[in-house]
Design a protein around this ligand. Sequence first.
Ligand code: NI
Length: 391
Amino acid sequence: MPIVNRVADLQPDIQAWRRDIHEHPELLYDVHRTAGFVADRLKEFGCDEIVTGLGKTGVVGVIKGRQPAGNGDVKVIGLRADMDALPVAEMTGLPYASKTPGVMHACGHDGHTAMLLGAARYLAETRNFAGDAVVIFQPAEEGGAGAQAMINDGLMERFKIDQVYGMHNGPGLPVGSFAIRPGPLMAATDSIDILIEGKGAHAAKPNNGIDSVLVGAQLITALQQIVSRNVDPLESAVISICEFHAGNARNVIPQTAELHGTVRTLTPKVRELVAKRVREVVDGIAQVTGAKIDLTYTPGYPVTVNHAAETERAIQIAKDVAGEKNVHEMPPMMGAEDFSYMLEARPGAFIFIGNGDTAGLHHPAYNFNDEAIVYGTSYFIKMVETALAAS
Ligand code: NI
């Protein structure tokens, strides 16, 4: 059984919602228009309960099945989409391109939101399941931990969610296909901010100073040894120092320098090891050079870990929608996702849906592929109708 027939009928509507959202992108928690749009649609569909303002600007819709939940473990399924855009200047030239300068839906969250709205409409229309389907529209996926904010506002307890499922589009993955893996799927991301206080001096008299530029250079080199010499070669870790600010004249050794970077890891063990070694390396270089080095190590999103049984269910449903040969096992990615917080709170799975041969995520020429809509919407629907099968 491939895509849901009724979803093919709904496709033009879902595509129109997607393009409307695309034209009006909003950042982080400031997704007021988008959240309003979502809440209005959920009202039109006849959701049983609509809650706004959860996690500042998140929206939740509850759709009750035509019969109460059975006696199984799973009575309430949460389906999640993200609503926020990125501070990227759009260069697609599309007729529905962003009307907000410097902001665009460069990660396809417009598509995720529209597909979940499509599923909500169908589920409210048919109610061919037992228990509750809870559609979750979160703000601030792009660095603001909107998922965490909604959980902190009681998302899981308030709606008695038993399992959660999320989806992201994947450029380069053919349209009509899915990719997923059990276990660690996406990385934890932590931030490194370093302030080096050396001693300014004349460029010709380095012996009178402590060269903050040289200290920074040594730090960057030494930090790279953590991945190559401390982390098990069969594990994964990335340390990227991407900003180095120092100096403003060729003949002045600057007093200070600043470094900023990111750490990506796939297990708590490696995450702890890297954090510990970064501190030790910073202390060591400070001692060797005599500079004062201030390190701020900030934990970000945790590892996105797919639960085994729920991933198996997701694979079966994806195969049902897209065909056996179009569901692939993927390697983990070093990108991060705040759906990780939801998977820490409840069992569930995160899946990638093919976006075809498009520009990459966060690129100014990226666009969500409307041809993927029928597959993503069908996946959400079948997830509910399968996990909460009516008798
Ligand atoms: Ni994204």
